[in-house]
Design a binder for this molecule. Structure first.
Ligand code: ZN
Ligand code: ZN
Length: 282
């Protein structure tokens, strides 16, 4: 593989031109990890990975989907599709949907899961309840990673302290042997370095092509811990900003990061492919 998109959602309904995208991926030797976010998209991710030799899948429950959907994202879910969340009546977390795929040969990671405190209700009690249930769901995913020897694909927004505590507690118990990746990282250099010290990799999306503060972070993360992703259909890099993103655009972010770090495109691309192979045992 020449390039690897370490986090994409190419199996989402946003992509009605999959044949063109995958033909181009084959021609340009682009590999990818396509990532599920709830029951429907987990099933679709696994089915998609079965069709293409250079696609692998991750399955998990996105932190925004721990609870029943309060919005409909037409890029993610077909019209009329609902989702009930994973919190049982007794407050426990039901990950049976995720578990059913974990012995599938193309399922190489668990995720995306994590913590997202970006959009919480105004009411403090309601916000706290959501945070607590997201933490419970994240902890349940982390336990699955330990039990099934899979790396974690972590989504974390405005919640790095809580996430690092959770990870450290599991590592202290001898878990998370395969560690994982913090996807679409937008935190500080200090937060990034803490994850790297814990054995995690940091994945940069197209945001790094236009966010100055993140560019400073991307200069400091060690090369052996760097991954590159699109998070397509979201977050297209410069020069495609504002358009629907797609896996091929990972090339723009790789180009940008190579320049930023004073490396050749080929050397940087090769290193990120090697990192992905190592992280996901490809
Ligand atoms: Zn995410
Ligand atoms: Zn994602």
């Amino acid at each position: 593989m020449r390039l690897f998109d370490s986090h994409t959602h190419v199996h989402f309904p946003a992509f009605t031109d999959v044949d063109r995208i995958m033909k181009h991926a084959q021609e340009t030797d682009l590999g990818m990890l396509t990532v599920g976010t709830l029951a429907h998209t987990n099933a679709a991710a696994v089915a998609f990975a079965e069709q293409y030799s250079q696609v692998w899948a991750a399955v998990g429950i996105h932190p925004s989907h721990v609870h029943p959907l309060s919005y409909h994202d037409e890029h993610e879910l077909p019209e009329g599709m609902t989702h009930e969340g994973v919190v049982r009546a007794d407050g426990s977390i039901d990950l049976s949907d995720v578990e059913q795929y974990l012995s599938h040969p193309k399922v190489v990671a668990i995720g995306e899961f994590g913590l997202d405190y970006y959009r919480l209700p105004e009411d403090a009690d309601a916000a706290q309840k959501i945070k607590d249930e997201q933490k419970k769901a994240a902890a349940a995913h982390v336990k699955l990673c330990s039990a099934h020897h899979k790396p974690a694909v972590i989504h974390c927004r405005d919640a790095h302290d809580d996430m690092q505590q959770l990870i450290m507690a599991e590592i202290a118990k001898g878990g998370l042997a395969k560690r994982g990746v913090i996807h679409c990282f937008t935190g500080t250099s200090e937060e990034a370095m803490k994850y790297v010290e814990l054995g995690f990799m940091i994945s940069f999306s197209g945001i790094v092509t236009f966010a100055k503060s993140l560019q400073e972070v991307a200069k400091t993360v060690p090369l052996h811990a760097m991954l590159v992703e699109t998070d397509a259909p979201y977050l297209a890099p410069v020069p495609y900003r504002g358009k629907r993103n797609e896996p091929a655009y990972v090339e723009e972010t790789v180009k940008f990061l190579a320049d930023l770090r004073g490396m050749s495109f080929d050397d940087f691309a090769k290193q990120t492919v090697e990192n992905a192979r190592k992280m996901f045992s490809l």
